[in-house]
Ligand binder design. Structure first.
Ligand code: SAM
Length: 242
């Protein structure tokens, strides 16, 4: 599954679709992205104050996380297997140095750009196998050697304890319909010496439910309830080295 998944993003049509269909204005993904932007900008300001970090965005794709944090980081580096995705990132205005990395083999080296650092890893862990997950988190551990080095933020866009699970049961075994639990994320992070310091949910709805205005209103109310992030479909975890 992982080799196919990596190849998907090397196809010009898939790259175009990612940017102009998946993340078109007012889509499910772009609404979630807007909420994440507000949260991430607040998190970085709160955590780093006037010591702006260098961002290392692993599996950066079209640079969504890079554009989100532009102006709050000292410099940004994007790493990805797909030259096509990174070309699109530059085209849509993601300001960073881009680095193409192999899909497997030795853990890629983060550019030595000083500390503090912020590692972002969005929409990768869900759909790849454990070997690629471990390699990505080993990269993060290299960029963040100590608790004082900075923060890692990872996205899980298929939380297993959410309403999406009902669909996942129907699509079980099909390509790209993976699920990832909070426990699994914590275990993966823990294997690389990270502990989750904050967890935030960004939608209780699946993409198909997002089409219904009433469901969207219920989602907005539910997201304000304490503890609702446990059941969110889309979750961000901020983690620090132990
Ligand atoms: C769904 S896109 C996410 C892009 C971006 N992080 C975002 O959230 O919009 C997944 C990205 O992972 C990259 N990718 C796939 N396999 C990879 C691997 N083994 N190592 C690093 N990046 C990989 C793909 O090229 C693609 O750009």
């Amino acid at each position: 599954m992982t080799a196919d998944y990596t190849k998907v993003f090397q196809d010009a049509d898939a790259v175009e679709k990612y940017e102009s269909v998946t993340y078109a204005p007012d889509t499910y993904a772009s609404r979630i992205n807007e909420r994440q932007q507000a949260y991430l900008r607040g998190l970085v300001t709160r955590e780093f104050g006037d010591r702006a970090p260098v961002q290392h965005d692993f599996a950066c794709g079209t640079g969504r996380a890079i554009r989100t944090l532009h102006g709050l980081v000292r410099a940004a580096h994007g790493y990805d297997t797909s030259a096509e995705m990174m070309a699109k990132a530059a085209e849509v205005g993601s300001v960073a140095e881009f680095h193409q990395v192999p899909a497997d083999g030795p853990v890629p080296e983060p550019v030595d750009a000083g500390l503090p650092a912020l590692v972002t890893m969005f929409r990768l862990l869900l759909n790849v196998d454990d070997a690629i997950r471990d390699r990505a988190l080993a990269f993060a551990a290299k960029a963040l050697p100590t608790p004082e080095s900075g923060l890692l933020v990872v996205e899980n866009h298929g939380n297993a304890s959410s309403v999406r699970h009902l669909r996942a049961r129907r699509h079980s075994g099909q390509r790209w319909f993976a699920e990832l639990s909070h426990e699994k994320v914590a275990e993966l992070l823990g294997r690389h010496g990270f502990e989750v310091v904050e967890r935030r949910g960004f939608s209780m709805l699946t993409q198909s439910l997002h089409a219904h205005p009433l469901a969207r209103a219920a989602d907005a109310a539910a997201r304000r309830l304490p503890g609702s992030d446990a059941y969110a479909v889309n979750v961000l975890y901020a983690a620090r080295r132990k």
